[in-house]
Ligand binder design. Structure first.
Ligand code: HEM
Length: 144
């Protein structure tokens, strides 16, 4: 079960990233162009939110079972990364994306709806890119 969860969590990053990049691109261009807010836009922003929440659920389960999470092993770089850095950055990013989605939903003008998603999802995307244990960072993780 542990290995299956790691693979799901690792592979799903690509879906979450793809949706985030699309959502940020669409929201910023429609915000700048003062364009209308469509059902398709709402769906894209919602599916993006769901994909990061799925990562949150998988990540939380992993946090309790992973050997790489250990409060007594903090002198080791990989242990410290998963025990403190990864979870902190990702929780902050997911919280911002959630706030952006709900504020966008409540906003009254179409431009404002796109603007809120563009800003909050945009910051979330940057944080997530910074919090991923990319293979080049030598944190013991692969790219899939
Ligand atoms: C969008 C948000 C997230 C993304 C894109 C993401 C991505 C990743 C990736 C790529 C790995 C490396 C997997 C591998 O070894 O191949 C990983 C590992 C891990 N993540 Fe996340 N993560 C996210 C959110 C979270 C959250 C919120 C938590 C905790 C609540 C979390 C907990 C973990 C843990 C504990 C591991 C280590 C698993 C292990 O190898 O034992 N992640 N994450």
């Amino acid at each position: 079960m542990y290995s299956g969860l790691v693979h799901a969590h690792s592979g799903l990053r690509w879906l979450a990233l793809l949706l985030l990049v699309a959502a940020v691109f669409v929201s910023v261009s429609r915000w700048m162009g003062n364009q209308s807010f469509t059902d398709g836009n709402r769906k894209l922003y919602l599916f993006t939110l769901i994909s990061v929440h799925l990562q949150l659920v998988l990540g939380l389960i992993l946090y309790f079972i992973s050997p790489k999470v250990n409060f007594n092993g903090m002198s080791e770089r990989v242990i410290r990364f998963y025990t403190v850095e990864h979870i902190t950055i990702m929780l902050l990013a997911i919280a911002l994306i959630t706030v952006g989605y709900s504020r966008s939903k409540r906003a009254t003008s179409d431009t404002q709806k796109h603007r809120l998603v563009g800003i909050f999802y945009g910051i979330g995307l940057v944080l997530i890119l910074a919090g991923i244990p990319w293979a080049f960072r030598n944190l013991g993780a692969g790219n899939f």
